[in-house]
Design a protein around this ligand. Sequence first.
Ligand code: AGP
Length: 600
Amino acid sequence: MCGIVGYIGNQKASDVIIKGLERLEYRGYDSCGISYYDPNNKKFVTNKDRGRVANLYNQYSYPDNNHYAIGHTRWATHGVANQNNSHPHYSQSKRFIIVHNGVIDNHKELVFKYLNDYEFISDTDTEVIVNLVEEFSKKLSIEEAIRKTISLLEGSFAFLIIDTENIDTLYAVKNKSPLLIGESDKGIVLGSDVLAFVNYADYYYLLEDNSFIIVKRDNGNFKFNLYDTIGFDLEVPEKQKMDFVTDELGKAGYEHYMLKEISEQPAVIRKIMSQYMVDNELKVSPEIKAMFTDIKKVYILAAGTSYHAGLIGRVYFEEIAKIPSEVFIASEFAYNEPLIEPDSMFVLISQSGETADLRSCLINVKEQGYKTLTITNVGSSTLAREADQYLNIFAGTEIAVASTKAYVGQIAVLAILANTLSKQHSLDLVSEMSRAAVSMENIIDKRDYISEIVEQVIISHDCFYIGRGLDYFVCLEAALKLKEITYLNTMGIPAGELKHGTMALIEKDVPVIAIISQDHINNNTRSNLEEAKAREGTPLIISLDNTSKGNDDIVLMDVHRLLSPLVTVIPAQLIAYYKAVELDYDVDKPRNLAKSATVE
Ligand code: AGP
């Protein structure tokens, strides 16, 4: 979702902003823009429009001596993606300039109450913020005007504000949307994600909600002060070293990040094993194990792909740890809370650790006194910091919007967690996970074969994945992958449910892909596939060595039944990838989607 970057320093500010925005592209956006101070003409210049960040380089030139700028990638919430709605936005008199990430729920009421005389150029809620600052600055200092504005805003927001009459100061606010500070002796950079700071900061600081930041140029030095939104000093958080391996952020010779990340999955499993290995066993720490003492029920909350990993986690909690569990989609749980059983605790799963739907659940359940554990790929994220404990999945930065390696990382960590809680340590996870990593490698190596299958089979506008039990949960993920990057209408269906309605959609050439990794339902799923074949659907079978029969299309090396999702998902990821490539779509940045959904 929207990304913001701001900079005051010695370096060419437009470069810092545009490179930073490029690093934030993975979050998803449809338009972008920059405002910088041009000292030669003594004025601020703004370039913005619908389209890619590269346009900010290609279509404009920037003076070498520009050292103060803000920039934005916009994922449309209020108003369509066009130039008018792109950020930065100016206040009516043009004195103030803003970039904003988040949603202001009460923007209409605020216009009615305070801004009746203002004309709005865009359809955005952001323009309301900048005009409120302008309105209040008529009687108050700028700092007070910003504070008063914050006190009126309802919703989630992180924003940067320029006062064009003071080119040595940049104002920033963070509440419920991500914002961090990066620091080097060459300047201060602000951004929605630490990735925006790569090459431009040596250290970074994580900020709490309700932070008000004032960045100043002062005699060739650069510093920031931190306040709460009332005006009291805030303690500066511990500084963190930027320790990104820049290589990790490149495509390493792959055509797309998605293919690189699919190929990294066996390595992710091995990395997780090395991180959780204690005395030759895979275990979570005693503190995390202790959280589950006397817990009678686990609620798993997540969204999208992480929700699909959660469905598999539920099976692990019940089958391995023998703890009853339920899984909820975060946005549903947040506003339709079920009756929660006493002695329950919550496990939140999120690749980014920033998903707003999940955060609102976290705040709710914490207020009710429940213990919370986050499973995430980003140890510095909001959900990791705000839950009682967190478990890292060590997947490395995931750039493609379509999540792949985070999914297998989440499943592997859920298996380790459940096995640690099991009284009998029922799974020999060290050997089973090692075997799974080899099986994953095996199919990734044969990916050209999958690309051939895609050409022959996925030719309709619809596609169906069918499976039972764990296979059904993988079907849900397989369908999400295919639909999100190819825009083909795809569904994951419990195989036995096909005949209860969806079968009406099966006709000539519609692909029906069965995932069959569980021996006890092998024949049942095959019968359901036969029913689809009888309606002229095009069948395709993904099975394991020990469930394969005759000439199944994709046969994967055997793995433990419970770990099969780690492997069966891979052909599905590759099917989605190769189809999107064939259709010439932007694989890593599918339309309308954001990597990190920071609005509810
Ligand atoms: C899937 O490919 C998507 N990127 C999406 O469903 C994602 O899993 C969802 O938005 C949740 O994100 P999170 O794991 O960062 O919380």
